[in-house]
Design a protein. Sequence first.
Length: 134
Amino acid sequence: MMRKSCIIFVLILCVLCRICSCGWVGQAGTWEDSPRNWRRAFYTAKPKDVVVVHSFYWRSIHFTDEYQYFFEIEPNDQFLQQTLDNYDLILVDGQQAEQAKAYFFADMQPDWFVPKDVAHYIVYVRPVDFGGDF
């Protein structure tokens, strides 16, 4: 019985170490203008023709995959078209554009993210989860 308890304790300890070292805790954090933010957000290398001006990435310590990211990139028509095609984004304006910006936690938005009224921007959203995550 004592041996069984020790084995269970060791297993629990291993799981906790995994969570704290390279699991949820090890992956949580906030990174500003980090060259690794693109990979964190998109799980791929940044295209060579994309120039990131600013980036902000936040990941929760929660065991579900909770994160927010913001990127400011230099204008790139080819990348814009690829993004529109790959994600089936739709153009919105007015109240829908305001709603899309308000979706993000206000205290998480960097100062450089949409600093002007949304009327100054072209806003695209995913149609399946309007106001959603992109």
